[in-house]
Design a protein around this ligand. Sequence first.
Ligand code: SAH
Length: 567
Amino acid sequence: MTRPAPAIVILGNGSLATARKIQQAYPGALIHGLAARVEGADREYHEFGTTLRELYQQDTPIIALCAAGIVIRTLAPLLLEKGAEPPVLAVAEDGSAVVPLLGGLGGVNVLAREIATVLDVAAAITTSGELRFGTCLLNPPSGYALGDLELGKRFVADLLAGETVRIEGAAPWLAQAQLPENPRARLAVHVGHAEREPAANELLIYPRNVVVAVSACAVSVPGAVRDALHRAKVAVQSVACLLAADTEMASPTLREAALELGVPLRFADDVGALSTLASNAIEQPVLILGDEAIAIAVAEKPVDPLTIGRLRGRLAVIGLGPGAAELMVPAVKAELARANDVLGYETYVRMAGPFRADQVMHCTDNREEMQRARHAFALAAQGRSVVVVSSGDPGVFAMAAAVLEALHESTDPAWHNVDLEILPGVSASLATAAQAGAPLGHDFCVLSLSDNLKPWDIIEKRLDLASQADLALAFYNPISRSRPWQLGRALEIVARHRTPQTPVVLGRDIGRPGQTLRVTTLGQLTPDQVDMRTMVLVGSSTTCVFARPGGGDWVYTPRWYGEKPTS
Ligand code: SAH
């Protein structure tokens, strides 16, 4: 498994040069700089603590250019929770010290040595076993899995106390280690895929060289896989991946099984027999078991699951919120981090970035919605992780409906097998309403005034009825150069049912640089105060306005209607 690129976190401009040096060693790494203190970082953050904890919880390796104490105190609340433990290092801002702090089993010392080499200093390695033997026995290279951590710690303690050790099986990475080897030693490092009872004198390391082909029809898949492995005397820890026919790609049973077993799930062309599916996947396979529901094939060396079949593609339609990073939901941030491809209108794709060098941006014109949706499915059907970006919420006059329409129209099973998810965002009406107070605090109606995709008659009819029903109104796409007169006409219709004193909120570029918020009335509102970057909120008969102490107004629509209830 390859680790995600580290995040380099800095607090001031003084660390930028060191950060850039480190970045050269990790092409995918981004420099996160404290907004207002750092100029020229790849990504801005506002809150050091929140940012660091978020990165940690997303299992991102962290290189923080600041005092070790700050990092420790910030992450301390998370350390007792079970979950991600990525490597975490503190590096002196002038590059004179590299201190591995957390993530010993995630390779923090390896990172520390790499960074120290780049900075031409010595890493502050404090792990005894590693210092003595030149390798961390409990952190075998990728392609191998440690049997049991607690037993392992005891094993290393015995070695440190002066015992000698035998190596059984193929452990090529230990060739360079300085282990006190002795063919008659009581302690043994045992490398192999056979199921084996743990014993105190053995450090079990499993090569991940087993591919299990499975069909969703296998009753209770995780249980069936474990049973089959047990019958075949193969260790669960040696499973590199589950493999299934691509006709079963959308099966939730298989997904849950892979999750429960903690292994990747891959798919290959349906070839009928599972034994053929499993054997085809690897070179020089030895087939250990093959029946209708499960086949187990073992390779000579560890297999990289990325080379077996393909992944189920993913397509996420996400909402960025109005613009400000704080208003983007965490699930969307995580989705952007895992994306291979990002599609959308150029302005929004840029807003979602910056992206790593390995992520592909596909910027298109705002009007090519269906084409973009089809392109997204074509990419996802190849097994890629694809994100389609919208501003605000993707389900509000944005890409989610277009993506579903493209899927509905398609008869391609590969498209229907894509793991599709819609992730919400803060829509412009809600972001604007929150800044003004609570103008949408009672029933309200959301309308797009654009007649590009619907007849103007319908818009007039809806406006008339919604105004008559005394709903507060939120207008998206209120006006544009090609639609100059529609807003004026819309306001005339509203004015048939509302007084000129009705409060109106105009939010422009809310959550973006240069945002403006204006409170006016229906009587004073003219179309020239509005452009296509404006959200127009029109109050109902109960909407109220009162002054704020610092200037400006609060606008709200009470929860009740008719008679105020006594409280
Ligand atoms: N999916 C988006 C809406 C897209 S329609 C959402 O949920 O917010 C585009 C319209 O949304 C614009 O014409 C404007 O009326 C409104 N809008 C989008 N972002 C805005 C912002 N930051 N401030 C004010 N209005 C915005």
